[in-house]
Design a protein around this ligand. Structure first.
Ligand SMILES: Cc1cc2nc3c(=O)[nH]c(=O)nc-3n(C[C@H](O)[C@H](O)[C@H](O)COP(=O)(O)O)c2cc1C
Length: 197
C-alpha cells in the first residue's frame, strides 16, 4: 500500500477532519452499520499507535438483543450497590438499546516496560479511531463513559480481568441531525511555540 495520497484525497480527509462532529445518542436511530461496514470500523479501530505492539485493548461488539442482556447485567450490579428505583433500574437496562450498535473499548494494560499510561492512551486512540471510522462511513457516533467503566463489580459482571476497564462505549447509529459545531479552543490558548527562556 502506498502512503502517498493524491491532492484531492488529501483535501477530502482534511475537510472531513476539520468538520467531524459527534452526534448525541438521543439523536441516533436505526440502522447501524452492516457487517462489512462493521468490519471496516473494527479494522480501523485496531489500526492505532501501540508502543511495542502490546495490543493493550480489546473490543466488545454489542448489538441486537445482546444490548439488553449487557444492560441487564450492569443494572443488576447497580441495584446491588445502591438503593435505586425501578425507573432507574429500567433506564440502566435499556441504556445500550439507545443506538443500533455499541462498541465497548476495553483497556487491557499489562505489566511491561511500556508504561501503563501509554497503553491506556493507545486504548483512547482505539476509541477515537472508531469515532472517525463510523463518521466517515456516514454514521453518527459518540464516545461516552459512565459509572460502569471504572466500577470493579461492573467489570467483573461483564467478564473483564481485574486490570481491565472500559475506556469508552462508542454508540453508533444513523441520524439526520447535522450537529452545530462545538466551540473549539483558540490555538493561541493551548499551543505554545516552545522557546528556551
Ligand atoms: C473519555 C471520554 C468520555 C466521555 N464521556 C461522555 C459521556 O459520558 N457523556 C457525554 O455526553 N459525552 C461524553 N464525552 C464527550 C463526547 O464524546 C464528545 O467529546 C463531545 O460530544 C464532542 O465531541 P466532538 O468533538 O467529536 O463533536 C466523553 C469524551 C471522552 C473523551
Amino acid at each position: 500500500m502506498t502512503i502517498k495520497m493524491n491532492h484531492s484525497k488529501k483535501q477530502a480527509v482534511t475537510e472531513f477532519m476539520l468538520s467531524r462532529r459527534s452526534v448525541l445518542i438521543k439523536n441516533m436511530v436505526e440502522p447501524g452499520p452492516n457487517a462489512d461496514e462493521l468490519e471496516t470500523i473494527l479494522t480501523i479501530a485496531t489500526r492505532v499507535p501501540d508502543h511495542r505492539k502490546l495490543e493493550p485493548w480489546r473490543l466488545f461488539v454489542i448489538q441486537g438483543d445482546e444490548r439488553r442482556e449487557f444492560g441487564e447485567r450492569l443494572a443488576a450490579v447497580k441495584a446491588q450497590k445502591e438503593d435505586i428505583t425501578n425507573i432507574q433500574i429500567n433506564i440502566e437496562k435499556d441504556c445500550f438499546m439507545r443506538a443500533p450498535l455499541v462498541i465497548a473499548v476495553i483497556a487491557s494494560p499489562v505489566e511491561h516496560k511500556t508504561p501503563e499510561v501509554e497503553q491506556i492512551l493507545s486504548a483512547g486512540a482505539v476509541c477515537q479511531n472508531i469515532n472517525i471510522a463510523a463518521t466517515s462511513l456516514g454514521y453518527a457516533s459518540q464516545w461516552v463513559t459512565g459509572w460502569s467503566c471504572l466500577d470493579p463489580a461492573a467489570q467483573q459482571a461483564i467478564g473483564l480481568d481485574h486490570k481491565e476497564f472500559i475506556a469508552g462505549y462508542l454508540y453508533i447509529g444513523s441520524s439526520d441531525e447535522q450537529p452545530q459545531d462545538r466551540q473549539r479552543p483558540e490555538l493561541k490558548d493551548v499551543v505554545t511555540y516552545w522557546k528556551a527562556e
